[in-house]
Design a protein around this ligand. Structure first.
Ligand code: PEP
Ligand code: MN
Length: 350
């Protein structure tokens, strides 16, 4: 059930609807949109009787939801969500750039990468302190010491920190030191972790699982939102297919598919999506052209010495060249979108 409020509904009308939802034993999720607020209901097993709401002040209509997801849906919130991450935002027409090394290795390595990322004009820095590695003998990350280095990056360079958590303790630590909790591909269906992230105060970057369908991906985001954390950013990072020329297969068609169904921002990770330095730029440009809200790119001051994912890391020079090309593509796409919006408004006036 979805309660759509009238455009002139007051805050107390909205609160009244939430109270009625809670009295029925469910949870209400008000989602303010551009022209009206809608309130999602979760916690119900069967259908909810719309007559509880139809005559309440400020209610426009009560709609039965037939899709498996509620809170991620464009039905609940038409238009695009903008998610605040630290001092900047992701979504809403701009192109977010998140860049940095795969893993935090040393303070020198991280600061060298951060200096280049900040100089390029990007607002977000990435770097893993907890690394999900295939082998238990591979470098696992520097843990809390790594997060302290990332917190210093924010202080020195003014970059907002996106970093992965692999368990509940990791989420607590990322909340303390970082600006955005990354849930990696391998944990996309770790439901208890998703629920825990749903209770966190920081936004969540949710990466698509290695073999997740669109519905599985969206329902993973729904887990986080159902707990009350509505600040979710989706990330396509490539999926497993029979193709072996790249580390993964970048599924760029998921961007328009997500945008059709959901208000959540979606970004692209061409580094993990391809696994090869020479493929990162072309796929970053393609991801931008297909309408992504941002990119996450691995950059290392010395890729050949990287402890993790060196083959896909860009040098700082390669990164700044990529970013300037990506901006050009984005400005063309943004100008086209503006023209379309203008034509639509002129048609409405005519
Ligand atoms: C990462 O971004 O460092 C990472 C491990 O990515 P993924 O979860 O997409 O493999
Ligand atoms: Mn990596």
């Amino acid at each position: 059930m979805l309660i759509v409020m009238k455009p002139d509904a007051s805050q107390s009308d909205i609160e009244r609807v939430v109270q009625v939802i809670e009295r029925l034993g469910f949870k209400g999720h008000p989602m303010p949109g551009e022209s009206r607020t809608a309130i999602g209901i979760t916690g119900n097993r069967g259908s909810v009787d719309p007559t509880h709401f139809e005559n309440l002040p400020g209610v426009a209509e009560a709609i039965r939801v037939t899709k498996p997801y509620k809170l991620i849906s464009s039905d609940l919130k038409p238009g695009r969500s903008v998610v605040k991450v630290g001092t900047a935002s992701i979504g809403g027409g701009s192109l977010a750039m998140i860049a940095g090394p795969c893993a935090v290795e040393t303070a020198e390595q991280v600061f060298a990468a951060a200096e280049a990322v900040a100089a390029s004009g990007a607002k977000f820095f990435r770097g893993g302190a907890f690394k999900p590695r295939t082998s238990p003998y591979a470098f696992q990350g520097k843990g809390e010491d790594g997060l302290k280095i990332l917190a210093e990056v924010r202080d020195r360079f003014g970059l907002n920190i996106v970093t992965e958590a692999m368990d509940e303790h990791g989420i607590d630590l990322v909340e303390k030191y970082g600006d955005c909790i990354q849930i990696g591909a391998r944990n996309m269906q770790n439901f208890s972790l998703l629920k825990y992230a749903g209770k966190a105060s920081k936004p969540v970057l949710l990466k698509r699982g290695l073999s997740a369908t669109l519905d599985e991906f969206l329902l993973a985001a729904e887990y986080i939102m159902a707990e009350g954390n509505y600040n979710v950013i989706l990330c396509e990072r490539g999926i497993r297919t029979f193709a072996d020329h790249a580390r993964n297969t970048m599924d760029l068609s998921i961007v328009p598919a997500v945008r059709r169904l959901s208000h959540l921002p979606i970004i692209i990770d061409p580094s993990h999506g391809t696994g090869h330095n020479y493929m990162v730029e072309p796929l970053a440009l393609a991801g931008t052209a297909v309408g992504a809200d941002g990119l996450i790119i691995e950059v290392h001051p010395c890729p050949e010495e990287a402890l993790c994912d060196g083959a896909q890391a860009l040098t700082t020079d390669q990164f700044s060249k990529l970013y300037s090309k990506v901006r050009q593509v984005h400005s063309v796409i943004a100008a086209q979108n503006d023209t379309e919006v203008l034509h639509q408004s002129l048609e409405q006036i005519a």
